[in-house]
Ligand binder design. Structure first.
Ligand SMILES: Cc1cc2nc3c(=O)[nH]c(=O)nc-3n(C[C@H](O)[C@H](O)[C@H](O)COP(=O)(O)OP(=O)(O)OC[C@H]3O[C@@H](n4cnc5c(N)ncnc54)[C@H](O)[C@@H]3O)c2cc1C
Length: 357
């Protein structure tokens, strides 16, 4: 929707073909961080792209509010990655050092903090917190409001949204694309595949490749309480509405989106060790959602060599990257430079290297 909104704002005639309410849709089940620290190990371009999106986020939030009247509650108070033992502190410090030592890495500000320094930022931490990494660029947003606002903004910019239009097949012929859906066939001059997990099946129809798999994450939400967190913790955040969200699971469970008390209890136990006052709150909701996880964890942006006018965008961390997707990708799609002059590192051809013998 970020790409669709961005294209519609540029005056393009855009139709979004989507599935119905029953669909795997990470955008309505995520944890809503706009997160910079720790992104990009193995691809320094991704670290830079993430940092740029975080920097563009204030512009996105203002533009959305101006065009829709909806406040998506973006804030950037800085984020803490809390650590529960000296071993975790050492391993985190090493990981961030390795990230920053990569060739081409654009450094971002972060600090490793001991217990007392963390307590100054977040006085509610428990005695078991050994330390944390802190990054002032980290923030969050109200992700459900963001999704709604992008839909509203898209419609106001003249876009047309078609639910219950799952695309089963795409043909490229005579300079146009024919998209087959249960509700009929639709013709378009250009196509952007931004169908999350659905991209894996659709991409090869247009000479593209989107090796993505589902990766489950579970989330706990508590009752609403008065604001008490000055900073965001990478697995615990208090929303603008007062509820506390806890998200700490990364599971390879295929397309199974079920919640399970085994994982939830581990998440709750770690969260209570980090912030003991959470033990007093009632849990009101839990859910699981499927991440759209590319094979190497990094976004895939590409355009087809064989079907001119076909583009692909797929990623994990699409909330963080929404500012880039709304404010940068549309002009690259318009110009036909996506993955050519621009964002070359993110093309799918990185998956096609021959194994070393
Ligand atoms: C538990 C969890 C926590 C997360 N936390 C964060 C976070 O804190 N910060 C962050 O930046 N990111 C986070 N993410 C990731 C983020 O939610 C996703 O990167 C982002 O929502 C992906 O958006 P998308 O539009 O690409 O995919 P989706 O939201 O999955 O949307 C894909 C859409 O394509 C449609 N579709 C699929 N197939 C077809 C078809 N054949 N025809 C038509 N339509 C089709 C689907 O119905 C769906 O509407 C999290 C994800 C999860 C699951």
């Amino acid at each position: 929707m970020a790409i669709a909104w961005g294209l519609a704002r540029r005056g393009r005639k855009v139709a979004v073909l989507d599935e119905g309410d029953v669909a795997h849709r990470a955008s309505r089940g995520n944890f809503a961080l706009v997160w910079v620290q720790s992104k990009g190990h193995g691809m320094s371009e991704y670290a830079l792209w993430t940092m740029q999106s975080s920097q563009r986020w204030p512009e996105l939030a203002v533009a959305i509010e101006e065009e829709t009247g909806l406040d998506v509650c973006f804030r950037r108070p800085g984020g803490l990655h809390l650590l529960l033992s000296e071993r975790e502190v050492e391993s985190r410090a090493n990981a961030l050092r390795r990230l920053h030592n990569q060739p081409g890495m654009q450094a971002f500000d972060y600090q490793m903090l001991n217990h007392n320094a963390v307590a100054k930022l977040l006085p509610q931490i428990g005695p078991q917190v050994a330390g944390a990494s802190f990054c002032p660029a980290d923030g969050d947003v109200n992700a459900l409001r963001l999704l709604r606002a992008l839909h509203v903004g898209f419609a106001r910019a003249g876009g047309s949204y078609h639910s219950n239009h799952a695309v089963s097949r795409i043909e490229a012929r005579a300079g146009e694309f024919r998209l087959h859906t249960a509700a009929g066939e639709i013709a378009a001059g250009k196509v952007v595949l931004a169908a999350g997990l659905g991209n894996a099946r659709l991409a090869p129809m247009l000479g593209l490749d989107a090796p993505v798999r589902p990766q489950r994450g579970q989330i706990i939400v508590t009752e609403k309480v008065a604001p008490f967190m000055n900073h965001i913790v990478h697995t615990i955040r208090q929303t603008d509405e007062g509820g506390v969200m806890i998200s700490d699971s990364v599971e390879e469970a295929g397309y199974d989106p079920s919640v399970g008390s085994e994982v939830l209890s581990i998440m709750a136990e770690r969260a209570v060790r980090m912030l003991p006052l959470l033990a007093r709150l009632n849990v009101v909701r839990c859910w699981a959602a499927l991440r759209v996880m590319p094979k190497d964890g990094f976004p895939v942006y590409d355009q087809s060599d064989t079907c001119a006018g076909a583009f692909l965008a797929t990623c994990h961390s699409g909330v963080t990257l929404a500012a880039n997707h709304a404010l940068v990708l549309p002009s690259l799609i318009d110009a036909g430079t996506l993955g050519r002059e621009d964002l070359d590192a993110f093309r799918a051809r990185r998956f096609h290297v021959s194994p070393a013998h």
